[in-house]
Design a protein around this ligand. Structure first.
Ligand code: NDP
Length: 812
C-alpha cells in the first residue's frame, strides 16, 4: 500500500469528550431556581421548563419558569443594588470583572461542555471560540471599568438594564451584555433564551464564587411572554439590550417607544460573502466553511449569500461541493466533527420549510451524499445555485447551514448585490487585490466587513448592524455608550431669558406694536414710504427654493400672538421630495472631510455678515432680548466652527485584536437623516443639529422650529452662497409633528432626530420600527443649546455616525 493510498483511505476516528462532569453538575443542582440577589429562588408559579439536548432530543434538566412577579422581584433587587454599585469606584468594579474573567477560565471546560450539550454546537467551537471570547470580554471590560473615570468623565451609568439574549451563542451573548453593563456601573436582569439557559446558570454560580454583591446580576429563566415582555414593559428598567430576530426587535422598539428607555438591538442578517476572481479559492472554500457551516449556520452574521465573480463560479462551486462532501455532522461532543445539531425541532422545521421554498422557486439544491444522524435535530450542509436575487432564499434569513450562490461581473455589480437586502450586519470580501478589497469594503452597508477572513470577533472591535440588523454596538469603546448617559441629563434644564413683556422695547417711545412693525420693515429692507415687498419663504429642496405642494402658507407668531411672517406649509409630498433630494446628494459623503469643513466655515463666514439681521429676526419671533438673540447668533457661529473643526477629526481608530492584522474602525455617515428642530433657540438649535450631521457626510431633510421657522428659512441664501451642494440640506417648514411622522415612517430615511414634545418623541420611535431606523429623541426635555456641554460635541457626532469595522489580516 502506497503512502498515497493510506492518505486516501484514512478515516477520522471519533474523539469524544466526556459529558460526565457536566451531567453530574446538572444533577446536583436540578431543578434550577431563579438567581436573584445572589440566591436561588423558587419560581412564584412553581412551574419548571425542560431543557433538551438537541443532539439526542432527550431531557437534560429542568429550569424555573418565572412569571412577572418574579421579574418584579429581580428588578427590585437590581434597583436596590444600583444605589451602591453605581457609586463603587471603577477600580473596585474592575477587580470584580477581572475575577469573573479568571473564574470563566477556571471553569472553561465545564462551560464548554454545558454549552455543547444545551445548544448542540460542536465542542471544538465552544472550547476554542465561545468560552475564550467570553473571558476576553470580561478582561477587556475590566479595563474600561478601571478607565471610566478618566475616559468617560462626563457620563453616568444608565441604571437597571434588562438584557434578553438568544440561543445561538448563549454565554457569549451574556458576556457581550453583562460585561459592559457592569463595567459602566449598571445592574442587570438577564433573560436567557428558552432553549439554552444552562451556561447562564453556571455563570450565576460564578457570581457567588467571586463574591459580587447581591442584586447586581440577576438571571431569570422562563418564557418570552412572561419574562421577556415583563422586562421590556417594566417602568423601572432604564435600558433594554436585545439580541434575536428582527420581528421581536421591532416589537420591542414599539413597546418601548416614548418610555425613555435606552435600547440596543442586534438582529438578523443575510450577509454577503463576495469572491472576486483573483481570490485564493482554497482559502475561500475554508472561509465559506467558517462563514456558513460554523454553528450550523445559526449565526446572525453568517455569510449566507455567496456572491461569486461569474468567470470562476464553476470552479468555486466544484471545490465547495468537494469540501462539503468531507464535512462531518454528528455528536457535538465529538472533537472531530464539523457541525453539530440544530437547536430545536422548531428551528429544524423552519430551515426545511425555507429550503423547500427555494426548490419550489426554481433554485438548484445540492447536499452531500452522506446522511445525517437520525437521533436528534440535524440538517446537512446545503448549497443552492441558480438563485435569483429576488427569491425568498436570497432574501430571508434561513438561520441554518444553507448557502445560496449568485454571480456578478463587476465590482459595482457585487456591491449592488451585496446591498440588495434590508439587513446590514456583516460582509466578507475575498480578493488578492487589497486595493480592490479596500475600495469595496466601505461601499457595503454592514457593521463589520472581513477582508479575506470571516466571522472574526474581538472585545475591542464593536459589533452591530445597519438598517434592519438593528442599532447600537457591542464591544469596543463605542459599545460603552450603550450603557451610559450624559451626566448633565439629571441637571435642571437652563431657561432662556425671555424679555418680560418685551421690556427692552418698552423703554423707547415706540409702542411695542410699532416696534414690531419697525423690525419687520427693517427685515424686509423696505422704506416706510412704499408698501413692503412681501417675502414669504418657500421650501428649500435640492438646492432650490420651491413652492410647497399644498399651496398653503402658515403664519409665524411672536409670543404676543402677533403675526411676524409667513412660511410655506409643507406636507407629505414635500418631505418625500426632500428625502429624494437628500438621496441624490449622497455624493457628499464621498467628498473629502476637508471640503466639508471648508463649506461649514464658509457658511459661518456668510452668516456672520448678516449677524445683526439674524439677531433681530430672533427677537421678532421670540420676544427675547436683543443681547440674548445676539448671543444665540454668536453661539451659532462658534458651533459652525466646531463642526468644521470636527469634520476631519472624528475619524475612527485602528484596533489590534489578538490576530495578525488590524481592524479599521471607521466612523461612517448614517445616510439620510430626518431632523426635527427644537422651538427654543430657532437658529442655534437648527445649526447645532445640521452641523454635525453634514460634517460627518450625511445629507438631511429638516423640519425647522415650528414656532420660529424664519431663522431657518433665512439660511437659504446663506447656504446658496456658501457652495453647499444642492440636496445636502433640505428644509420643509410646517406642522412639526405631522412632518416628523412622515420622516419617521419613510423607508429611505436612515435615522431620525426629533427635538419636540414627549408625545412626538413617542410617535417617532413607534413609526421608526418600520425599517428599524435609528432614532434620537428628547422625550420633551429641553437641553441648554447655548451650553457647549449639552449643545455640541461627541454625543452629536456619535449620533451622526455608525462604526464600521473592517478586518484586515496580514502575513502569508
Ligand atoms: P427570538 O427573537 O424569538 O428570541 C430571542 C430572545 O428573545 C429569546 O430570549 C426569546 O425568549 C426572547 N423573546 C422572544 N419574544 C420576545 C418578546 N416578545 N419580548 C421579549 N423577549 C422576547 O428568536 P427565536 O429564538 O424565535 O429564533 C427565530 C429566528 O430569529 C431565527 O430563526 C433567526 O432568524 C433569528 N435569530 C437571530 C439571532 C441573532 O443572533 N441575531 C439569534 C436568534 C434568533 P425565548 O427563548 O424564551 O423565546
Amino acid at each position: 500500500m502506497s503512502v498515497m493510498d493510506i492518505f486516501e483511505t484514512m478515516e477520522y476516528g471519533s474523539a469524544p469528550e466526556s459529558a460526565s462532569p457536566a451531567l453530574a453538575w446538572l444533577k446536583e443542582r436540578q431543578p434550577f431556581g431563579l438567581f436573584i440577589k445572589n440566591e436561588w429562588m423558587k419560581p412564584a408559579s412553581g412551574q419548571y421548563l425542560d431543557s433538551i439536548n438537541p443532539a439526542t432530543g432527550k431531557l437534560l434538566v429542568q429550569v424555573a419558569s418565572a412569571n412577572s412577579a418574579d421579574v418584579n422581584t429581580a428588578i427590585a433587587a437590581a434597583r436596590s443594588a444600583f444605589e451602591s454599585w453605581s457609586r463603587t469606584p471603577g477600580h473596585v468594579r474592575a477587580r470584580y470583572l477581572y475575577a469573573i474573567a479568571r473564574h470563566i477560565q477556571k471553569h472553561a471546560r465545564l462551560l464548554a461542555v454545558l454549552e455543547s450539550l444545551d445548544n448542540g454546537k460542536p465542542l471544538r467551537e465552544t472550547r476554542d471560540l465561545d468560552i475564550p471570547l467570553v473571558a476576553r470580554h470580561f478582561y477587556y471590560h475590566a479595563g474600561w471599568a478601571q478607565l471610566m473615570a478618566c475616559e468617560l468623565p462626563s457620563y453616568q451609568p444608565v441604571g437597571v438594564v434588562g438584557q434578553i439574549i438568544p440561543w445561538n451563542f448563549p454565554l457569549l451573548m451574556l458576556a457581550w451584555k453583562i460585561a459592559p453593563a457592569l463595567a459602566m456601573g449598571n445592574t442587570v436582569v438577564l433573560k436567557p433564551a428558552r432553549y439554552t439557559p444552562l451556561t447562564a446558570l453556571k455563570f450565576a454560580e460564578i457570581m457567588q464564587e467571586v463574591g459580587l454583591p447581591p442584586g447586581i446580576v440577576n438571571i431569570v429563566t422562563g418564557e418570552a411572554s412572561q419574562v421577556g415582555e415583563s422586562l421590556v414593559r417594566h417602568r423601572d428598567v432604564n435600558k433594554i439590550a436585545f439580541t434575536g430576530s428582527t420581528d421581536v426587535g421591532r416589537s420591542i422598539r414599539r413597546a418601548t417607544a416614548g418610555s425613555g428607555k435606552k435600547l440596543s438591538l442586534e438582529l438578523g442578517g443575510k450577509s454577503p460573502f463576495i469572491v472576486f476572481d483573483d481570490a485564493d479559492l482554497d482559502s475561500v472554500v475554508e472561509g465559506a466553511v467558517d462563514a456558513i457551516w460554523f454553528n450550523q449556520g445559526q449565526v446572525c452574521c453568517a455569510g449566507s449569500r455567496l456572491l461569486v465573480q461569474e468567470n470562476i463560479e464553476q470552479t468555486l462551486i466544484r471545490k465547495l461541493r468537494a469540501r462539503m462532501e468531507k464535512l462531518r455532522v454528528g455528536d457535538p461532543l465529538d472533537k472531530a466533527i464539523d457541525m453539530g445539531a440544530i437547536v430545536s425541532p422548531t428551528q429544524l422545521k423552519e430551515i426545511q420549510r425555507l429550503v423547500n421554498k427555494g426548490i419550489e422557486e426554481g433554485a438548484q439544491m445540492w447536499q452531500p451524499s452522506w446522511a445525517c444522524p437520525t437521533e436528534g435535530y440535524f440538517f446537512p450542509p446545503t448549497l443552492f445555485t441558480n438563485v435569483s436575487p429576488a427569491t425568498s432564499i436570497a432574501q430571508v434569513e434561513i438561520f441554518g447551514p444553507v448557502l445560496v450562490s449568485m454571480t456578478f461581473r463587476t465590482p459595482e455589480e457585487a456591491v449592488a448585490l451585496a446591498n440588495n437586502t434590508p439587513y446590514g450586519l456583516a460582509a466578507s470580501v475575498w480578493s488578492d487585490n487589497i486595493n480592490l478589497a479596500l475600495d469595496v469594503a466601505p461601499k457595503i452597508k454592514a457593521g463589520s466587513v472581513w477582508i479575506n477572513c470571516t466571522n472574526m470577533f474581538d472585545a475591542s472591535s464593536g459589533f452591530g448592524g445597519y438598517r434592519e440588523s438593528g442599532f447600537g454596538r457591542e464591544g469596543g469603546k463605542e459599545g460603552l455608550y450603550e450603557y451610559v448617559r450624559p451626566a448633565w441629563e439629571t441637571m435642571p434644564s437652563v431657561g432662556i431669558p425671555i424679555a418680560n413683556n418685551y421690556s427692552h422695547m418698552e423703554d423707547t417711545t415706540l409702542s411695542s406694536n410699532d416696534k414690531d412693525s419697525e423690525l419687520s420693515a427693517t427685515l424686509n429692507d423696505s422704506s416706510s414710504a412704499s408698501p413692503l415687498i412681501d417675502r414669504t419663504p418657500k421650501l428649500f429642496i435640492g438646492g432650490k427654493q420651491v413652492r410647497s405642494d399644498s399651496g398653503y402658507s402658515r403664519d409665524v407668531y411672536n409670543p404676543r400672538g402677533r403675526v411676524v411672517g409667513q412660511v410655506s406649509e409643507g406636507n407629505r409630498k414635500d418631505i418625500r421630495n426632500a428625502v429624494e433630494a437628500a438621496h441624490a446628494a449622497r455624493g457628499w459623503s464621498a467628498g473629502t472631510a476637508h471640503n466639508r469643513a471648508q463649506i461649514l466655515y464658509y457658511i459661518a463666514e456668510n452668516l456672520a455678515v448678516r449677524e445683526e439681521e439674524f439677531a433681530r429676526r430672533i427677537v421678532l419671533q421670540t420676544g427675547r432680548t436683543h443681547a440674548n438673540a445676539l448671543e444665540e447668533v454668536q453661539a451659532t457661529l462658534s458651533r459652525l466652527f466646531s463642526y468644521a473643526a470636527w469634520a476631519d477629526k472624528f475619524e475612527g481608530v485602528v484596533h489590534r485584536p489578538p490576530m495578525r492584522g488590524v481592524v479599521l474602525a471607521m466612523n461612517e455617515p448614517i445616510g439620510v437623516i430626518g431632523i426635527t428642530c427644537p422651538d427654543e433657540y430657532p437658529l442655534l438649535g437648527f445649526i447645532s443639529l445640521i452641523g454635525p450631521a453634514i460634517a460627518m457626510g450625511n445629507t438631511v431633510a429638516v423640519v425647522p422650529s415650528q414656532q420660529s421657522s424664519l431663522s431657518a428659512t433665512d439660511c437659504y441664501q446663506v447656504f446658496e452662497t456658501s457652495d453647499l451642494p444642492a440636496g445636502v440640506v433640505n428644509i420643509v417648514t410646517g406642522e412639526r409633528d405631522t412632518l416628523s411622522q412622515v420622516l419617521a415612517e419613510h423607508d429611505d430615511v436612515d435615522a431620525v432626530w426629533y427635538f419636540g414634545s414627549a408625545e412626538g418623541s413617542k410617535q417617532v420611535e413607534l413609526a421608526s420600527a418600520g425599517n428599524m431606523k435609528r432614532t434620537w429623541v428628547n422625550y420633551g426635555h429641553e437641553r441648554s443649546w447655548l451650553d457647549a456641554v449639552q449643545g455640541e460635541g461627541a454625543e452629536f457626532l456619535r449620533e451622526a455616525t455608525q462604526v464600521k469595522n473592517i478586518w484586515v489580516p496580514y502575513g502569508e
